[in-house]
Design a protein. Structure first.
Length: 230
Protein backbone atom coordinates (compact mmCIF):
# COMPACT_ATOMS: atom_id res chain seq x y z
CA UNK A 1 0.00 0.00 0.00
CA UNK A 2 1.63 3.30 0.96
CA UNK A 3 3.64 5.15 3.57
CA UNK A 4 3.06 8.87 4.02
CA UNK A 5 5.53 10.77 6.18
CA UNK A 6 4.67 13.73 8.37
CA UNK A 7 8.00 15.11 9.62
CA UNK A 8 8.40 17.74 12.31
CA UNK A 9 11.35 19.86 13.38
CA UNK A 10 11.04 18.99 17.05
CA UNK A 11 9.58 16.27 19.24
CA UNK A 12 7.27 18.85 20.83
CA UNK A 13 5.86 19.87 17.46
CA UNK A 14 5.30 16.20 16.63
CA UNK A 15 3.50 15.62 19.92
CA UNK A 16 1.22 18.64 19.43
CA UNK A 17 0.24 17.72 15.89
CA UNK A 18 -0.20 14.03 16.65
CA UNK A 19 -2.36 14.66 19.71
CA UNK A 20 -4.62 17.00 17.75
CA UNK A 21 -4.94 14.47 14.93
CA UNK A 22 -5.85 11.64 17.30
CA UNK A 23 -8.42 13.70 19.19
CA UNK A 24 -10.09 14.61 15.88
CA UNK A 25 -10.21 10.94 14.82
CA UNK A 26 -11.62 9.82 18.17
CA UNK A 27 -14.21 12.60 18.11
CA UNK A 28 -15.22 11.52 14.62
CA UNK A 29 -15.66 7.95 15.85
CA UNK A 30 -17.83 9.06 18.77
CA UNK A 31 -19.93 11.30 16.53
CA UNK A 32 -20.48 8.69 13.83
CA UNK A 33 -20.63 5.47 15.83
CA UNK A 34 -21.20 6.41 19.46
CA UNK A 35 -17.83 5.06 20.62
CA UNK A 36 -14.24 5.28 19.48
CA UNK A 37 -11.27 2.97 19.91
CA UNK A 38 -7.55 3.64 20.23
CA UNK A 39 -4.74 1.06 20.19
CA UNK A 40 -1.43 2.31 21.55
CA UNK A 41 2.10 0.98 21.98
CA UNK A 42 4.34 1.19 25.01
CA UNK A 43 7.92 2.36 25.45
CA UNK A 44 9.45 5.78 25.95
CA UNK A 45 8.54 7.36 22.61
CA UNK A 46 4.81 7.88 23.27
CA UNK A 47 5.05 9.18 26.85
CA UNK A 48 4.79 12.87 25.94
CA UNK A 49 1.94 12.08 23.56
CA UNK A 50 0.08 10.16 26.28
CA UNK A 51 0.46 13.02 28.74
CA UNK A 52 -0.80 15.56 26.24
CA UNK A 53 -3.76 13.40 25.23
CA UNK A 54 -4.75 13.02 28.86
CA UNK A 55 -5.56 16.75 28.96
CA UNK A 56 -7.59 16.79 25.73
CA UNK A 57 -11.24 17.76 25.83
CA UNK A 58 -13.15 14.71 24.62
CA UNK A 59 -15.94 12.47 25.87
CA UNK A 60 -13.40 9.95 27.09
CA UNK A 61 -16.13 7.79 28.66
CA UNK A 62 -16.94 6.72 25.09
CA UNK A 63 -13.34 5.84 24.19
CA UNK A 64 -11.94 2.31 24.42
CA UNK A 65 -8.15 2.02 24.74
CA UNK A 66 -5.89 -1.01 24.61
CA UNK A 67 -2.31 -1.94 23.75
CA UNK A 68 -0.96 -3.45 20.54
CA UNK A 69 1.10 -5.77 22.73
CA UNK A 70 2.10 -6.33 26.32
CA UNK A 71 4.88 -8.00 28.23
CA UNK A 72 3.54 -10.90 30.29
CA UNK A 73 4.37 -9.30 33.63
CA UNK A 74 2.25 -8.07 36.50
CA UNK A 75 1.09 -4.47 36.46
CA UNK A 76 3.40 -3.79 39.41
CA UNK A 77 6.43 -4.75 37.29
CA UNK A 78 8.55 -1.92 35.87
CA UNK A 79 8.24 -3.42 32.37
CA UNK A 80 4.42 -3.29 32.35
CA UNK A 81 3.02 -1.25 29.48
CA UNK A 82 -0.40 -1.41 31.15
CA UNK A 83 1.02 0.51 34.11
CA UNK A 84 2.70 2.98 31.76
CA UNK A 85 -0.57 3.72 29.96
CA UNK A 86 -2.55 4.01 33.16
CA UNK A 87 -0.01 6.35 34.74
CA UNK A 88 0.42 8.63 31.72
CA UNK A 89 -2.71 8.44 29.53
CA UNK A 90 -5.60 7.30 31.72
CA UNK A 91 -5.27 10.45 33.80
CA UNK A 92 -6.75 13.96 34.04
CA UNK A 93 -9.57 14.43 31.51
CA UNK A 94 -8.93 10.95 30.10
CA UNK A 95 -9.29 9.24 33.48
CA UNK A 96 -12.71 7.85 32.57
CA UNK A 97 -11.62 6.25 29.30
CA UNK A 98 -12.28 2.51 29.15
CA UNK A 99 -8.89 0.79 29.25
CA UNK A 100 -8.63 -2.93 28.53
CA UNK A 101 -5.46 -4.77 29.48
CA UNK A 102 -4.25 -7.70 27.40
CA UNK A 103 -2.59 -9.25 30.47
CA UNK A 104 -4.60 -11.81 32.39
CA UNK A 105 -3.91 -13.62 35.67
CA UNK A 106 -2.68 -16.72 33.82
CA UNK A 107 0.92 -17.77 34.39
CA UNK A 108 1.51 -18.37 30.67
CA UNK A 109 0.40 -15.99 27.93
CA UNK A 110 -0.86 -18.91 25.84
CA UNK A 111 -3.48 -19.57 28.52
CA UNK A 112 -4.67 -15.94 28.48
CA UNK A 113 -5.33 -15.62 24.75
CA UNK A 114 -9.03 -16.52 24.86
CA UNK A 115 -9.75 -14.03 27.63
CA UNK A 116 -7.78 -11.25 25.93
CA UNK A 117 -9.63 -11.83 22.67
CA UNK A 118 -12.95 -11.81 24.53
CA UNK A 119 -12.11 -8.47 26.14
CA UNK A 120 -11.28 -6.94 22.75
CA UNK A 121 -14.50 -8.21 21.17
CA UNK A 122 -16.41 -5.42 22.93
CA UNK A 123 -14.35 -2.72 21.18
CA UNK A 124 -15.63 -0.47 18.43
CA UNK A 125 -14.00 -2.06 15.36
CA UNK A 126 -12.33 -1.42 13.04
CA UNK A 127 -10.20 0.50 15.56
CA UNK A 128 -10.35 4.25 14.93
CA UNK A 129 -6.62 4.69 15.38
CA UNK A 130 -3.62 2.40 15.84
CA UNK A 131 -0.23 3.73 16.97
CA UNK A 132 2.69 1.41 16.32
CA UNK A 133 6.29 1.73 17.35
CA UNK A 134 9.23 -0.12 15.86
CA UNK A 135 12.36 -1.68 17.28
CA UNK A 136 15.77 -1.44 15.66
CA UNK A 137 15.32 -5.07 14.56
CA UNK A 138 12.19 -4.07 12.62
CA UNK A 139 9.71 -5.63 15.04
CA UNK A 140 6.40 -3.93 15.69
CA UNK A 141 3.90 -4.74 18.43
CA UNK A 142 5.50 -7.97 19.69
CA UNK A 143 5.92 -9.49 16.24
CA UNK A 144 9.63 -10.21 16.65
CA UNK A 145 11.66 -11.57 13.72
CA UNK A 146 13.65 -13.66 16.21
CA UNK A 147 10.62 -15.48 17.59
CA UNK A 148 9.27 -18.87 16.53
CA UNK A 149 5.80 -17.32 16.47
CA UNK A 150 6.45 -14.56 13.92
CA UNK A 151 5.03 -16.43 10.92
CA UNK A 152 1.88 -17.22 12.88
CA UNK A 153 1.58 -13.58 13.90
CA UNK A 154 1.89 -12.41 10.30
CA UNK A 155 -0.51 -15.01 8.90
CA UNK A 156 -3.44 -13.10 7.42
CA UNK A 157 -5.59 -16.25 7.40
CA UNK A 158 -5.03 -17.41 10.97
CA UNK A 159 -8.31 -16.11 12.34
CA UNK A 160 -6.42 -15.11 15.49
CA UNK A 161 -6.64 -11.71 17.20
CA UNK A 162 -3.86 -12.33 19.73
CA UNK A 163 -0.89 -14.65 20.02
CA UNK A 164 1.65 -15.45 22.70
CA UNK A 165 5.22 -14.61 21.71
CA UNK A 166 8.59 -15.53 23.21
CA UNK A 167 11.32 -13.32 21.72
CA UNK A 168 14.91 -14.52 21.96
CA UNK A 169 16.44 -11.02 21.76
CA UNK A 170 14.26 -9.31 24.39
CA UNK A 171 13.12 -10.22 27.89
CA UNK A 172 9.70 -11.49 28.93
CA UNK A 173 7.05 -13.53 27.22
CA UNK A 174 4.57 -11.31 25.37
CA UNK A 175 1.04 -11.13 24.10
CA UNK A 176 0.58 -9.37 20.78
CA UNK A 177 -2.18 -8.47 18.40
CA UNK A 178 -1.71 -10.37 15.15
CA UNK A 179 -1.13 -8.65 11.82
CA UNK A 180 -4.78 -9.05 10.70
CA UNK A 181 -5.96 -7.62 14.03
CA UNK A 182 -3.60 -4.65 13.73
CA UNK A 183 -4.72 -3.98 10.17
CA UNK A 184 -8.35 -3.90 11.34
CA UNK A 185 -7.88 -0.16 11.91
CA UNK A 186 -9.23 2.88 10.09
CA UNK A 187 -6.06 4.91 10.67
CA UNK A 188 -2.60 3.40 11.19
CA UNK A 189 0.36 5.40 12.45
CA UNK A 190 4.01 4.57 13.03
CA UNK A 191 5.40 6.86 15.73
CA UNK A 192 9.19 7.24 15.63
CA UNK A 193 11.83 9.71 16.73
CA UNK A 194 15.47 9.90 15.72
CA UNK A 195 17.38 9.49 12.48
CA UNK A 196 18.41 5.91 13.29
CA UNK A 197 14.86 4.56 13.57
CA UNK A 198 13.80 6.29 10.37
CA UNK A 199 16.80 4.79 8.54
CA UNK A 200 15.90 1.31 9.86
CA UNK A 201 12.35 1.71 8.56
CA UNK A 202 13.40 2.96 5.15
CA UNK A 203 15.99 0.18 4.77
CA UNK A 204 13.46 -2.45 5.83
CA UNK A 205 10.93 -1.31 3.25
CA UNK A 206 13.54 -1.46 0.50
CA UNK A 207 15.53 -4.54 1.38
CA UNK A 208 13.84 -6.86 3.88
CA UNK A 209 11.23 -9.58 3.80
CA UNK A 210 8.23 -9.40 6.10
CA UNK A 211 9.64 -12.18 8.30
CA UNK A 212 12.97 -10.37 8.56
CA UNK A 213 11.38 -6.98 9.40
CA UNK A 214 7.73 -7.41 10.43
CA UNK A 215 7.04 -3.67 10.24
CA UNK A 216 7.11 -4.07 6.44
CA UNK A 217 4.09 -6.40 6.62
CA UNK A 218 1.99 -3.51 7.93
CA UNK A 219 3.11 -1.00 5.31
CA UNK A 220 2.74 -3.56 2.52
CA UNK A 221 -0.94 -4.02 3.33
CA UNK A 222 -2.24 -0.66 4.53
CA UNK A 223 -2.04 3.07 4.08
CA UNK A 224 0.22 4.10 6.95
CA UNK A 225 1.29 7.52 8.21
CA UNK A 226 4.76 7.87 9.72
CA UNK A 227 4.79 10.53 12.43
CA UNK A 228 8.45 11.43 12.88
CA UNK A 229 10.82 13.98 14.40
CA UNK A 230 14.62 13.93 14.68
Amino acid sequence: MSLKTEAFDTADALTDAFANKLVALLQEGITKRGRASLVVSGGRTPLALFKQLSHATLDWSNVDITLADERWVDESHEASNTALVKQNLIQNKASNAHFVSLKTDDHDANDGIAEAESRLSSFSQPFDALILGMGEDGHTASLFPCSEQVADGLNMSSGKVCIAVQPTTAPHQRISLTLPALLNSRNIFIHLTGEKKRAVLEDALKNATEIEKPITAVVNRADVTLMWAP
